[in-house]
Structures are given as C-alpha cells and as structure tokens.
Write a protein that binds this ligand. Structure first.
Ligand code: SAH
Ligand code: SF4
Ligand code: F3S
Length: 441
C-alpha cells in the first residue's frame, strides 16, 4: 500500500480537503501514483449537491472493480457522499473498502491500514457538527503559489434545496489569529494568492469570542504580505457595507465577488429561505458597483425550483440582466433527499426547465461578453498559472476579476519560470470566457 490517487468531485472546500487528504497520506510515507498508473489506494472525495454526482461515483468505482479484485487496490470514499451515506453506501457499492466522513480526514491512514489488514469494509463517519477544525493537517498544495484557506466550516442557513448543512454540520469559524498565522506561514513558503473559504464567509466570527468580523479578517489577511486575496462564498443577506469598504480600500483583495442570487422571484426566494428580495439584491449590487466600478460579479442560479412559473423565471432573467454578471454557475433544480424542497408539491417537469435553462445560459453569455469588451486596451495585473492547455508557447493567467487571459510567451521566456508571478498585461482582445493580451515590460 504505497501509492495513492485522490479524485475530487466537489466544490472548492472539497478540493482543499483533497489537498489535505494528500498531505496526510504523504506524511504517512505514501507517494502519489504517477499519471496513468493505477494507485494502490484510490480515494474519492465526493459531492452530493448535484444529481449526477452519485452516478459519477458509481461509474468510476465500478470501473475499478476488476483491478481491485486482481491487485488488491483499496477504494476509499470520503467527502459529502461518505458523510451522507455512511455504511449504507456499501449496499450500492460493495467494492468500497473504506467510507469516511468530512471530519475524519486525519484518521484516513489508520482506516486504510485497518481495511487492508482485515479485508473488510471500515466505516468512520462523525457527526459533522462535532470536533475541531482539522485545518492544521498537512496539505499538499496543487500549486506552490496558491493556497485555499478555510475560515469557517458548515452552514446555518438551511436554504430549502440544499444538502450542505446536513453533510457539513453547523457553522464553526476558525480563530482569527489561527487564520492570519496560517497565511503568514504560507507567504513565507512562497504563496502569492490565497482564497478564503466558507459556505458563507460573511457570517464569519459570529460564533467566536470578541465577535471578529469578516471585514477585519480581510484587512488582516491582506496585511500579511500576500499579494492577492480571494474569498468565496458570500451570502447576499450577510454582506455588510463594512466588507464592501474593506474590499474597495484594500488593493490586495481582488475585485471579484461571487454572490449567488439563486432566483429573481421574491416568491421563490422566500420558498428557498434565502432571506432577501430581488430589490434588496439589486440594491446591494448597485452599492457594490458604486464602491468598485471595475468589480467582476459572478453568481449561482437555480432554474425550476418547485412551483417556479414562467413569470417567476422572467424575474430571474430580469435580475440577471440588471446585475451585469461576469459569469454564473447555472443549475437545473434537482431534489436532494432529506431537504424540505424535495417534499414540495409542484416539482417542475424537465420540458419546462430545459428551455428556461437555455435562455438563462444565453443571457449569461451575453452579459459576460459585455463585461469583457471594455477591458480591451486596459492594463490588467495578471497572475500567471502556466502554459495554456492548447499551446505551450501561450501562458494562461487570471486577472483580479478572475478572468482567464492568454498571453503569448516572449522570445527566451519560459512558461514554467513565469508560473506563479504577477505581471502587467495589456488586453488586446476579449471573448465571452477569455481575453488575449500582451506582456508589458
Ligand atoms: N454555500 C455556497 C455553495 C452551496 S452549493 C452558497 O451558498 O452559495 C453551490 C450551488 O449549488 C448553490 O449556490 C446552488 O446554486 C446549487 N445547488 C445547491 N443545491 C441544489 C439543488 N438541490 N439543485 C440545484 N442546484 C443546487
Ligand atoms: Fe447551502 Fe444555502 Fe448554506 Fe449555501 S448558504 S451552503 S446554499 S444552505
Ligand atoms: Fe461542497 Fe458538494 Fe459537499 S458543494 S460541501 S462537496 S456537497
């Protein structure tokens, strides 16, 4: 049992958990399996927000069944499906050797040992609201220059469609000094960009002694010497003017906000338990643009929540147009067992949701292009990530607004050397999902 592979199927929090899973296994003396080789241990870090998440997991685990039989490969399933299903996962997936929860990452090496010795399934799923923050576990970062930094876990919002509160537990904030101290160590280790993570970063600190606020944390993190600070996710009901000010006044904080709107209809927002209205959301958006005219704004939208009519959907379209989004994750509502919305009458049939979804996607595309076109001719600070997928001689990077920029390499420059550096780029051309630019200086 010496090599491992971690397959990540979920959100940013889940991606960061994968880095910690890898960190814990490396600390135990295991090594990452080379690309294209089947590892001795395959760990699935799963998500259960989307309908096809289960199918993806079943498909991938089943396709490993033969190697498991022949070579004794150990299959471990963690993350949100592990947390949700526990032992019952073995009924649908008898090939699984270890099931572990979202709060049991540190125990994974011991669970793998137990499974390989006994050749019997081993299950460990803790109540997600118990126990401490596990963020001090070793972590193997995907990029040397970027780090995910969790500032809170869990969620207290109970949006009626959402499974996250039941798999991640109640919200717990991480200590202020604990977060800032970690960012300082990361900076000393060469990190130039951090992304602060929480299901609702704007409610950070409410459960802590002294009531530290997210705005203060943002300023303190920016003062560590880190060059760029990102954060996600913001709940519109909790985004304060203080946080808007902190964003606007702190040059290290990138001018990008992910502000999920979910729907534009007040009736649907109420049924979702979002606790804001179309009017208050759009007023917040206007305050944001007034404070930061160059802000990139992204969102999540759900189409076809139970009871959604054509008129409700028109309100969503109206909101999307008025908010001038730079990008959006768009979802067709899918009932998640155990959530209140799954029990609601009036589930909307696919024949109605699909055309709405297609219209929404088209609206988001034109809004994205409209936001990108004015960038042509401007100079943007771009964090270079490495060679682009299609062409080794073209670098890919991101602006503060999180826009992908392609920059042709100049003569003699090396893509590997430039990865992880911040450079000035003149934007020459803008498309819907990326820009082209030229390196300056
Ligand atoms: N805490 C974050 C992320 C939640 S999950 C937030 O509040 O934004 C990410 C997105 O998945 C949600 O914003 C929502 O748009 C989508 N989503 C969650 N549950 C869903 C469901 N049952 N059906 C369709 N989309 C869903
Ligand atoms: Fe889910 Fe709502 Fe919490 Fe986001 S805020 S994780 S959508 S319950
Ligand atoms: Fe994230 Fe999916 Fe879990 S969105 S918190 S991995 S259910």
């Amino acid at each position: 049992m010496s090599t491992f592979e971690v397959r990540t199927l979920g959100c940013q929090m889940n991606k960061h958990d994968s880095e910690r899973i890898a960190g814990v296994l490396l600390a135990r003396g295991m090594t990452a399996a080379p690309d294209g080789e089947i590892a001795d241990v395959v760990v699935f870090n799963t998500c259960c927000v989307r309908e096809n998440a289960d199918e993806r997991l079943y498909g991938q685990v089943s396709s490993l069944a033969a190697v498991r039989r022949e070579r004794g490969t150990i299959i471990a399933v963690g993350g949100c499906i592990g947390q949700r299903d526990g032992e019952t996962l073995l009924r649908t997936l008898p090939q699984v050797d270890v099931v572990f929860g979202t709060h049991n990452l540190a125990r994974l090496p011991a669970l793998l040992d137990a499974a390989s010795e006994s050749r019997r399934p081993v299950i460990e799923v803790e109540d997600p609201s118990d126990g401490d923050f596990t963020s001090e576990l070793p972590s193997r970062r995907e990029h040397a220059w970027h780090a995910w930094v969790p500032i809170a876990v869990g969620c207290n919002n109970f949006c009626t469609y959402c499974i996250v509160p039941s798999v991640r537990g109640r919200e717990r904030s991480r200590g202020f000094e604990d977060v800032v101290g970690e960012v300082r160590r990361l900076v000393a280790d060469g990190v130039v960009e951090v992304t602060l993570l929480g299901q609702n970063v704007n409610s950070y600190g409410r459960d802590l002694y002294g009531d530290p606020r997210f705005a203060e944390l943002l300023r303190a993190v920016a003062a560590t010497g880190v060059e760029r600070v990102r954060f996600t996710t913001s709940h519109p009901k909790d985004l304060s003017d203080e946080t808007i000010r902190a964003m606007a006044e702190t040059p290290q904080v990138s001018r990008h906000l992910h502000l999920p709107v979910q729907s534009g209809s007040d009736r649907i927002l109420k049924a979702m338990n979002r606790r804001y209205t179309q009017e208050s959301y759009l007023a917040l958006v206007e305050r944001l643009y007034r404070a930061m005219p160059d802000l990139a704004l992204t969102t999540d939208v759900i189409v076809g929540f139970p009871g959604e009519t054509e008129a409700d959907f028109e309100e969503t379209m109206r909101t999307v147009e008025a908010a001038r989004f730079d990008a959006a994750f768009t979802f067709i509502y899918s009932p998640r067992a155990g959530t209140p919305a799954a029990q609601m009458a009036d589930q909307v049939p696919r024949e109605e949701t699909q055309p709405r979804f297609d219209r929404l996607v088209a609206a988001v595309q034109s809004s994205a292009l409209a936001k990108n076109l004015p960038l042509v001719g401007t100079v943007q600070r771009v964090l270079l990530e490495g060679p682009s997928k299609r062409d080794e001689r073209v670098l890919m990077g991101r602006t503060g607004g999180n826009k992908v920029v392609h920059v042709p390499l100049t003569e003699g420059a090396s893509a590997r050397d430039l990865a992880g550096t911040l450079v000035d780029v003149r934007i020459d051309d803008a498309q819907t999902w990326f820009c082209m630019g030229t390196l300056i200086g």
